[in-house]
Design a protein around this ligand. Structure first.
Ligand code: Q9C
Ligand code: ZN
Length: 335
């Protein structure tokens, strides 16, 4: 299996995040990459496919905002990372604002995803990493791993949040269809619901979106990922959410995984995209499932047994000590 990685992704390093009412050190740290790189094999440098495949998923206005947000923030006289703090809640009329404060609140859905000087470059590199991993699978290798950072699955067409800015998995799913795939399945196994991915494909029949995650009645991102969200318009039936309670261990996770895999198999996709998070781990500092390191081998094996060309994008996982081991086991099981 080929692994793709771009060191520019290390430069994105927000200082703090708002977590349970406190400013704490940012959980989505560059050290996550070091933990993973120490355990997996050699990596390959991604190609640059330009902005086109990113524009196929994200709006131009949002991309313009993201590229200049940090500079605009500093130009307005602010210190530190750019963080939104005021939002146009339910039903405010659409406004086009110049002030960075208004633009941040317009494009963000949480206060926990700061924009730094290096965020755009890292997010762009992360998307190119995923696109290169896709190209590799299209060229005939059955599996590839995009070591993406920042992660992507919470980012929507025109919004950021949940440590995510560009939706790497959605970008490659859309790009695969652009390059001739008839049907693409996305199987998201991060602890958190992949709300951005769901929103992007909610009306599309040719992209199946399946997510196993902590029940949004108790867990982030709260407003998406409930079991009754099944798609709309032509996309009715092409979204499947499998929310699980806090405390979920392998026995319960395995049952949901079996159902997810069955649904993917029935869909008969030409390509499978797996947004993979290791924040389902027992020791994760911000999450509440109880998977053990050996369970990641089993998840990889179950998904690998589908025998569908597969691209994995790295999403969450914050127990840095065990992260490399868990990622390595998942990839070993998969290939
Ligand atoms: N106490 C990913 O795993 N934390 N994102 C909210 C609430 C946000 C996780 C804090 C978690 C985002 C890619
Ligand atoms: Zn997560």
């Amino acid at each position: 299996m080929r692994i793709f990685f771009d060191p520019a992704q290390k430069e994105h390093a927000p200082a703090k995040e708002l977590h349970n009412g406190e400013l704490v050190p940012y959980a989505e740290k560059p050290a996550r990459l070091a933990s993973i790189l120490a355990k997996i094999g050699d990596t390959h440098t991604p190609r640059d496919f330009g902005l086109g495949p990113i524009q196929a998923v994200h709006s131009d206005a949002y991309l313009d905002f993201l590229r200049s947000a940090y500079e605009d923030w500093r130009t307005a006289g602010r210190m530190g990372d750019a963080v939104p703090y005021v939002f146009p809640v339910r039903g405010r009329r659409p406004l086009t604002l110049d002030r960075i404060d208004g633009r941040l609140g317009h494009y963000a859905f949480d206060c926990g995803t700061p924009i730094t000087e290096k965020t755009w470059a890292a997010a762009y590199a992360s998307a190119q990493t995923a696109l290169t991993a896709l190209e590799h699978v299209i060229s005939g290798d059955p599996v590839s791993f995009a070591l993406c950072r920042p992660p992507g699955h919470h980012a929507g067409r025109d919004y950021f949040g949940g440590y995510c800015y560009l939706n790497n998995a959605a970008i490659i799913a859309a790009n695969a269809i652009e390059k001739g795939a008839g049907r693409v399945a996305i199987l998201d196994v991060d602890y958190h619901h992949g709300n951005g991915t769901q929103d992007i494909f909610y009306e599309r029949a040719e992209v199946l979106t399946v997510s196993i995650h902590a029940d949004p009645s108790t867990d982030y991102p709260f407003y998406w990922g409930h079991a009754d969200e099944t798609g709309t318009g032509e996309g009715v039936g092409a979204t499947l959410n499998l929310p699980l309670r806090r405390g979920t261990d392998w026995a319960a996770f395995e049952q949901a995984l079996a159902r997810a895999i069955e649904t993917v198999a029935t869909f008969k996709p030409d390509l499978l995209v797996v947004p993979f998070g290791a924040d389902t781990f027992d020791g994760d500092p911000i999450s509440y499932f109880r998977l053990k390191s050996e369970d990641y081998t089993a998840i990889g094996q179950s998904i690998g047994a589908l025998n569908i060309p597969t691209v994995v994008t790295m999403e969450g996982g914050y127990a840095i000590e065990a992260l490399g081991e868990n990622v390595h086991r998942f990839l070993a099981g998969l290939s």
